[in-house]
Ligand binder design. Structure first.
Ligand code: ADP
Ligand code: ZN
Length: 520
């Protein structure tokens, strides 16, 4: 059978998508491939079809142990001979699978990376005929990537031990640095590279400042998505439960999903979400890996994701069917402070923390940008995009900017005058000239910046501080309770040599009229 016949006979599809045919031809011809293609673009077919056509087994390396059973079931249903080997199998089950490998009874074998590189398993592979190595989630080999797995580094040996067997590395998330690392670590210097556009033209991107989370969420769902299926991501398990209950109370059918729930309930909720129409899944990021529901109409984030890679993956679960969908996010300064602290307190070395901080800065930069969001998002993945997509809040003119030099200098000066140790809430109180116990106790009613900022609202001041943090002018300290200090970059701004453009947040601009209306 040729690739097109396999596509039709096994998978039931008429035509290949972008890059699929070229990748398959390359692999059948014995050449290595590196494929960077977005989630849902159809990467698996690229190695499954060669696995069917070529004699010998295709070994698929994947870190997603929890999904292997599902993946194997799905391809078996298509009539492809497949099994998996990972730590969930007992000795007897594993031996049965190994027997099949030796007897040449498999087209596809899924293995966890730690299993693949054991001497016993390498011996087994040496005794069998292998047609292809497919290294899925290849970004896991990169320390710069967002999901580094040390065991992936061991995959280097594949090139040395099986020089004649073609290898394909696949990933949906890799910026330029990660890409270079994958090529180098997996010895794919001569591989042909296939890079798809990451643009998801049917997704509309919107980011708002958190003001009143629940009202904003209800407003968003009722205005744009009543009766639609959607995913709402929350940071904590507790919040997942609360928001799911809150949506239910407001007549929006919703289910919770997080890793702390009893497995049967969690599985049942996932099944219902996939099967039924118009359900909202409220979940931690534990939800979503391998979820293939085409008609998810919105993905809402109630907190700042840690990285743009994560944000792109999570929002990418919307609109797989190509119909219009929304990626909507709320974030706040306390998200930023909390994430910073999580990174600082995480295990791992300084280098790792440095990388994580850098990724978070990029995430914030996306939120605070005065440019087209699609341009910033695609630019992060190394893809040039002209801007003006018409499908983001910036392009739709929902974002105002203003020359914030004066306000920025007042804010910096306030941080300095109060000794570079106080958090945003207190600094805003000082600028607005409030009479609080903390201000009196610290004598801050006597500093020169006391009460100089009455022309901006509290929300606007918070936005100024946030953007100063996003721009790296100000650093949120570790250990102290979010205390802010000046970073060296702010010097020229303080001296009046630089200007500072601010994004006037949709929320802080809108907040007042909305409140007046509800009050009346
Ligand atoms: P990825 O691994 O890139 O996230 P998958 O391989 O899971 O994506 O494919 C996503 C969906 O697209 C699957 O339902 C798959 O069957 C479907 N698909 C893949 N290739 C084609 C094609 N050529 N025509 C139609 N559907 C396809
Ligand atoms: Zn845009």
């Amino acid at each position: 059978m040729n690739p097109r016949e396999v596509l039709r006979n096994y998978f039931g599809y008429d035509s290949f998508r972008e890059h699929q045919k070229e990748i398959i031809d390359q692999l059948i011809g014995g050449q290595d491939v590196f494929a960077l293609m977005p989630t849902g673009s159809g990467k698996s077919i690229c190695y499954q079809i060669p696995a069917v056509i070529l004699p010998g087994v295709c070994v698929v390396v994947s870190p997603l142990i929890a999904l292997m059973q599902d993946q194997v079931d799905a391809v078996r249903e298509l009539g492809i001979r497949a099994s998996f080997l990972n730590s969930s199998l007992d000795y007897r089950e594993a031996s049965l699978v190994e027997r099949k490998v030796i007897d040449g009874e498999l087209d596809l074998l899924y293995v966890a990376p730690e299993r693949l590189v054991t001497p016993g398993f390498i011996d087994l592979l040496k005794k069998t005929s292998i047609c292809l190595f497919a290294i899925d989630e290849a970004h896991c080999v990169s320390q710069w990537g967002h999901d580094f797995r040390p065991e992936y580094l061991e995959l280097t040996i594949l090139a040395e031990m099986f020089p004649g067997v073609p290898r394909v590395a696949l990933t949906a998330t890799a910026d330029a640095v990660t890409r270079r690392e994958i090529i180098e670590k997996l010895r794919l210097q001569t591989a042909r590279q296939f890079i798809s556009s990451f643009d998801r033209p049917n997704i509309e991107y919107k980011v708002e400042l958190k003001d009143h989370e629940r009202n904003q969420l209800i407003d968003f769902i009722e205005s744009y998505h009543s009766g639609d299926a959607g995913i709402v991501y929350c940071m904590t398990r507790k919040r997942v439960e609360e928001i799911a209950a809150f949506l239910e109370e407001n007549g929006i059918p919703a289910l919770p999903y997080h890793a702390g729930m009893d497995a049967p309930v969690r599985v049942e909720n996932q099944k219902r979400f996939l099967r039924e129409d118009g359900l909202v899944m409220v979940a931690t990021i534990a939800f979503g890996m391998g979820i293939d529901k085409p008609d998810v109409r919105f993905v809402a984030h109630l907190n700042l994701p840690k990285t743009l890679e994560a944000y792109y993956q999570e929002t990418g679960r919307a609109g797989r069917d190509g119909e219009p969908a929304d990626a909507w996010m709320l974030y706040s300064l306390s998200d930023v402070v909390m994430l910073r602290r999580m990174i600082d307190n995480s295990p791992g070395d300084e280098q790792h923390k440095y990388v994580q901080h850098g990724k978070m800065e990029a995430m914030l930069g996306y939120c605070e940008t005065t440019q087209c969001r699609r341009q910033v998002l695609l630019g992060y993945f190394g893809e040039a995009y002209g801007g003006q997509c018409d499908k983001c809040d910036t392009c739709q003119g929902k974002v105002e900017t203003y020359d914030g030099t004066h306000a920025a200098r007042q804010a910096l000066s306030c941080i300095y005058r109060t000794g570079q140790m106080f958090g945003v809430a207190h600094l805003v109180d000082v600028l607005m000239g409030k009479d609080t116990e903390k201000i009196r106790r610290n004598g801050h009613d006597a500093v020169t910046t006391f009460g100089i900022g009455k022309d901006l609202s509290e929300a606007q001041w918070k936005s100024v501080f946030r953007q100063l943090i996003a721009a790296g002018m100000v650093t949120a300290q570790v250990g102290a309770r979010g205390g802010l200090s000046l970073s060296p970059q702010c010097r020229s701004l303080l001296r009046g040599e630089d200007s500072f453009l601010l994004r006037r947040d949709a929320v802080s601009v809108k907040a007042k009229p909305v409140k007046e209306k509800t009050g009346g």
